[in-house]
Design a protein around this ligand. Structure first.
Ligand code: CUA
Length: 186
């Protein structure tokens, strides 16, 4: 072996050790992050468990009938409040603007129902006693169906709602005249 090639061998070994150290460090970091996240999640209470008494939904609070439907918030987003009951949703037709952050808040008045808006990430269970939330955005005006996808009794297969996505400007016009919007009876 010449001096030059010995030198090259040393250099290669040094580089190899350095990269070896870096890859071990990356693995250690990832394991530490996963451990921290796992322990953190296990020791903290669930961040947001919101409750709503199904026996008094219609009497007081967020889910009284006059408060159901779509509300335009001061920040321009829209909050939709809805309930599921055997065998319909209230409102049965939800109207929302396109290209706007939409937050759904829903619960059940009786048994477990499903709330799935086709072609979106919204897929929730409506559990009596608890408020389910989901956030989405609809790119363009469209009509979506909302099947109840949890078996809820004899009329389950007939439990369908609708979401009507309309132009942002049209929604703003409607919202100027009403506190809560829906497209029931339209
Ligand atoms: Cu409600 Cu199935």
């Amino acid at each position: 072996m010449t001096a030059a090639s010995e030198h090259a061998g040393d250099a290669a070994a040094r580089v190899e050790r350095r990269w070896g150290t870096i890859s071990v460090a990356i693995i250690v970091l990832l394991v530490a992050m996963a451990t921290y996240a796992g322990i953190h999640q296990a020791v903290m209470p669930q961040p947001r468990v919101e409750t709503a008494d199904p026996r008094t939904l219609h009497i007081a609070g967020e889910f009284i009938e006059s408060n159901l439907g779509s509300a335009l918030e001061p920040d321009g987003s829209v909050t939709v409040r809805a309930i599921g009951q055997q065998y319909s949703f209230t409102p049965q037709c939800i109207v929302v603007p396109a290209d706007t952050p939409i937050t759904f808040r829903a619960t059940s008045a009786d048994v477990v129902h499903g709330f799935l808006i086709e072609h979106t990430n919204v897929n929730a269970m409506l559990v009596p006693g608890y408020i389910s939330t989901a956030t989405t955005r609809f790119a363009t005006p469209s009509e979506r169906t909302v099947p109840c996808h949890e078996f809820c009794g004899a009329g389950h297969q007939g439990m369908w709602g609708r979401v009507r996505v309309i132009e942002k400007a049209a929604f703003a016009t409607l919202a100027a005249g009403q506190r809560r919007l829906s497209c029931v009876a339209q």
